[in-house]
Design a protein around this ligand. Structure first.
Ligand code: SF4
Length: 179
C-alpha cells in the first residue's frame, strides 16, 4: 500500500493495529540523514550533552517564549501561528532545506487533515531572518515523496550505510557511526 494512504488511514483511526506515524522531526531527520532517521525510529537515546543538541534546545526554549503556541495536532506540533501563518523556529539556517521540508509537511498536514490552507514562515531568531514557505504543487509532491522515503527507511531491518557528511561531528549519533 502507498505509505501516504497508510498515513491518511492512520490519522483517520483506521489502522490502530498497524499505524504509520510521521512527525515533523522524522521529516527533518530523513532530509538530513536517512541513517539518523533509522536510529531515531529505534528509539536510541540521543546525546543530550552534544553541543548542537544543547544549542537547539536553548533556542527552542527561549525564542518567542511569550507568543509560542505549541499547537499539538495529532502527529505534528506547531511552534506558533502568527498572522494566519505557521511559524517554525530554528536555531540556525545551516540546515535550511530540512527545516523547509518540516514546515512544508506541517502545511500539507493542515491541508490534508484539518482542511485549512496556510502559508508558512521559517524563522531564525539568532540570525534575525525570516523566510516564507508556500505549499505549491512541487512542495506538495516533495512532501509525499518524503513520506514514502521515511516509510522505506523505518521499515528496513538494518540502518542505511553511514555516509560522512559535513555535520556528522555535531550529530547526536556520531558514536554509532564513526567510533
Ligand atoms: S553521524 Fe553522520 S552518518 Fe551518522 S547518523 Fe549522524 S549524520 Fe548520519
Amino acid at each position: 500500500m502507498d505509505p501516504v494512504k497508510r498515513l491518511r488511514e492512520t490519522v483517520a483511526g483506521e489502522r490502530d493495529d498497524d499505524p504509520f506515524r510521521v512527525t515533523g522531526v522524522m521529516i527533518q531527520y530523513y532530509v538530513v540523514c536517512e541513517r539518523e532517521l533509522w536510529f531515531a525510529s529505534r528509539h536510541l537515546e540521543i546525546d543530550r550533552e552534544n553541543p548542537s543538541v544543547v544549542r537547539g534546545t536553548r533556542v527552542d526554549d527561549t525564542a518567542y517564549e511569550e507568543e509560542r503556541d505549541n499547537l499539538s495536532l495529532g502527529m505534528v506540533s506547531l511552534d506558533l501561528l502568527q498572522d494566519g501563518r505557521v511559524v517554525e523556529i530554528k536555531p540556525s539556517s545551516s540546515l535550511v532545506e530540512p527545516a523547509k521540508m518540516q514546515l512544508s509537511y506541517y502545511l500539507w498536514y493542515l491541508e490534508e487533515f484539518v482542511g485549512v490552507e496556510r502559508d508558512g514562515v521559517l524563522v531564525h531568531p539568532t540570525e534575525r531572518t525570516r523566510e516564507s514557505v508556500e505549499l505549491d504543487d512541487e512542495r506538495r509532491e516533495k512532501v509525499e515523496d518524503t513520506i514514502r522515503g521515511i516509510h522505506r527507511v523505518v521499515t528496513n531491518d538494518t540502518p542505511p550505510e553511514a555516509i560522512e557528511k559535513p555535520f556528522c561531528s555535531s550529530c547526536a549519533y556520531h558514536d554509532f557511526c564513526w567510533c
